[in-house]
Ligand binder design. Structure first.
Ligand code: COA
Length: 320
């Protein structure tokens, strides 16, 4: 018995910001951003927030799965940009969906968050603690950006993706999951600063800081290594994988992974040109777009792989 994806959905804010739009507010250009990253535009939230985006993606996924919210035993939201410190995002999504009893939890593992969320749902299902779960990645990265720091803010976008999973005979086959906190500062964003009756501070809200080249080196080395580890555990070759659904951070990272794995680039669908890096939302948004485009056939082997702040990374092999 394992866990199968039975429905997918996504939602992105309406407001499109192109590279040319960014060039009007900072010293950058469409040429620089496109060449370095492959990103042409991103969606930017103008007031909906993480809960609303997550709820819309979730409704879309439930409809696609053909199940009612009441049938869910669990809702997991992977996010690093929650609207509230508490209650958690998942409980507020639950309220929007009209299910009033299932387990609701948020999970923070930056751009690997959706994979960790799927692993957690799988573990609950394997343990008999849940039968059907909703796993969502929802992010409003734009509020964590310093929009005067051109080397970081141009990469990110807002949005949400969701999958419905349930127990089944085929589905998730193998998982690898890793973290290494020693490089925690290479991509980091502070929470609220400590300020109370003992500690007085001028409260300033910090933004995302990133060592882009270090993150790039980490991704191009770690992702192929971890996919090799995954496929070795599963006992299958790279050539048997039909689709590689990678975290959508940068086109050059995906090209490099394809080259290092010696797997044709056609097996690496991409949508980062439209959305930029939406962190925990990127894998489920792409999964949904591929699913609705009819790209997946029953029995296809799919590798999902994510990487990001923590540092965290991992990969999942599943049969569609
Ligand atoms: N527009 C124009 N010029 C820019 C710019 C921008 N948006 N951002 C930086 N530059 C300039 C720099 O100031 C630098 O100028 P200098 O040589 O005069 O000092 C030059 O471009 C090169 O900057 P550098 O940071 O070395 O570029 P890079 O080739 O490493 O590309 C990234 C920068 C961020 C695109 C790249 O490192 C990257 O994609 N890293 C991975 C980041 C990532 O994916 N993070 C999320 C992971 S989950």
């Amino acid at each position: 018995m394992t866990t199968k994806i039975i429905g997918t959905g996504h939602y992105v804010p309406e407001r499109i910001i192109t590279n040319d739009d960014l060039a009007m507010i900072m010293d950058t250009s469409d040429e620089w951003i496109s060449e370095r990253t492959g990103i042409h535009q991103r969606r930017i939230d103008t007031g909906e927030g993480v809960v609303q985006m997550a709820s819309k993606a979730a409704k879309n996924a439930l409809e696609n799965a053909g199940i009612m919210a009441e049938e869910l035993d669990m809702i997991i939201v992977a996010t690093s940009t929650a609207d509230y410190l508490f209650p958690n995002t998942a409980s507020l999504v639950q309220r929007e969906l009209g299910n009033h009893q299932c387990t609701c939890l948020d999970l923070s593992a930056a751009c690997t968050g959706f994979l960790y969320g799927l692993n957690t749902a799988h573990a609950y299902i394997k343990a008999g603690m849940a039968k059907t779960a909703l796993v969502i990645g929802s992010e409003c990265l734009s509020k964590t950006m310093d929009w005067t720091e051109r080397s970081t803010c141009i990469l990110f976008g807002d949005g949400a993706g969701a999958v419905v999973v349930t127990e089944a005979e085929t589905g998730i086959e193998e998982i690898v999951s890793h973290s290494d906190g020693r490089k925690g500062e290479v991509i980091i964003c502070d929470s609220r600063p400590l300020e109370n009756f003992l500690v007085k501070k001028d409260v300033t809200y910090a933004y995302t800081r990133m060592d882009g080249q270090e993150v790039f080196r980490f991704a191009v080395k770690t992702v192929p290594e971890c996919i090799h580890e995954l496929l070795e555990k599963a006992g299958i070759g790279v050539e048997e994988v039909d689709h590689f659904i990678l975290h959508q951070a940068n086109e050059r990272i995906i090209h490099s992974v394809s080259k290092r794995l010696k797997a044709p680039l056609e097996r690496f669908p991409m949508n980062l040109q439209n959305y930029g890096n939406t962190s925990a939302a990127s894998i489920p948004i792409l999964l949904d777009e591929c699913n609705r485009a009819g790209m997946f056939q029953s029995g296809d082997k799919i590798v999902l792989s994510g990487f990001g702040a923590g540092l965290t990374w991992g990969a999942i092999l599943l049969t569609w």
